[in-house]
Design a protein. Structure first.
Length: 370
């Protein structure tokens, strides 16, 4: 028998509208700390993979903001919006550096694609979302509700769209419980294995697809990994993988329908200078389509980080192929891609040690490097 999940992350839209504490205006003393840290990192002259938390050395007010943000994502509602970073005054490159420093303080950044990029520019680059290699971040299409491949996803908004591009979030905990009340037979399907495409982003030694469950639990803790577009891509691209059963399709359809219900879906507008942090394991996110400005410098532009956190719990065993390591206090997740260098590997190990995390990138394989 599958039990409901009892956690503060099982919220509805009404819960969020009744409690606006998820939106945090960064106080002036914290902004001063962030700016001082940015100046220190700029003065160091170091590249991103040579930097450490000590190069920013954010002051106590800034560290308190970040600690509270982690607490909100891991023990609270699962998301937070930090408002008021002066990105217009800083410019793109200084904002990028500050966001990188913020990420180094929160956790260990993870690579995000074939190019092994650790920070992605979220803007329209002509990508096709529904293609077999589609990734939503480089299109202006509306996106399905989904989770990214890390403990935490962070977005910093540099430019907004002319119209649209609203951020949508929904609690996967609440969706699970609603589905359990309505169709417990279909909930059971989502605890089983599905095949996901890597969308052509895999490392040279990785297969082009992997298996994982959508819902899972480890040590009694619930987690959700829903990426419908990648499941569909696997069905289209790889005839050798198991075909979805009618029950699996119905289960995915119902989950998508519940997430989109007005009672479950919360819409927020990301303004310039906002930083959104979302727990991928308990909150699914989406985006409406958007219309861009004509001028290149005014087009919608966000920065994205994927982070592995010391505070995140162990993940379901069925997610080993997706995350490489599912243990708590371990670096996990990301798309390794094909451009990992010795400098990057040294950076990962150094930052993992700073956060007290084990570094076993391929812990699911017998020939895993130490």
């Amino acid at each position: 028998m599958i039990d409901p999940v009892h956690a503060p992350r099982g919220w509805t839209r009404a819960d969020i509208e009744a409690d606006p504490s998820w939106a945090v205006a960064v106080p002036p003393e914290a902004l001063a700390d962030f700016e001082a840290g940015l100046a220190r990192a700029q003065a160091s002259g170091r590249g991103p993979f040579a930097l450490s938390r000590s190069d920013f050395a954010f002051g106590p007010a800034a560290r308190r903001v970040l600690a509270d943000a982690v607490e909100a994502t891991q023990s609270g509602r699962g998301f937070v919006l930090l408002r008021g970073f002066p990105v217009e005054r800083w410019g793109v490159e200084a904002s990028r550096l500050l966001f990188w420093g913020l990420g180094l303080h929160l956790g260990v950044p993870r690579p995000q694609g074939r190019a092994s990029q650790f920070m992605s520019d979220v803007r329209d680059a002509g990508g096709v979302y529904r293609s077999t290699a589609g990734r939503g971040y480089n299109t202006r299409s509306a996106l399905d509700f989904h989770a990214d491949g890390s403990d935490l996803v962070g977005l910093m908004c540099l430019q907004t769209a002319r119209a649209g591009g609203e951020s949508l979030i929904a609690s996967s905990v609440a969706a699970h419980n609603t589905m359990l009340a309505e169709r417990p037979d279909l909930v059971r399907e989502l605890y089983g294995l599905f095949t996901f495409s890597r969308q052509g982003e895999q490392a040279a030694e990785e297969p082009p697809y992997y298996t994982a469950s959508v819902f899972g639990r480890k040590d009694g803790v619930f987690a959700c990994r829903h990426i419908r577009n990648h499941v569909q891509s696997a069905q289209t691209s790889f005839p050798e993988v198991p075909r979805l059963s009618s029950a699996q399709r119905e289960a995915l359809d119902l989950l998508d329908a519940i997430l989109a219900r007005p009672s479950h879906c919360f819409r927020m507008h990301l303004a310039r200078g906002d930083v959104q942090l979302v727990n991928n394991h308990t909150v699914l996110h989406s985006r409406t389509d958007y219309e861009d400005f004509d001028e290149p410098q005014r087009k919608r532009h966000l920065l994205r980080l994927w982070l592995s956190l010391a505070e995140a719990p162990a993940l379901p065993d069925a997610w080993a192929q997706a995350y490489k390591d599912t243990a708590a206090r371990a670096v996990r997740g990301g798309f390794r891609g094909q451009q990992i260098t010795p400098e990057i590997e040294a950076f990962e190990h150094r930052l993992a040690a700073e956060h007290g995390l084990a570094m076993r990138i391929y812990a699911d394989r017998e020939d895993a490097p130490a």
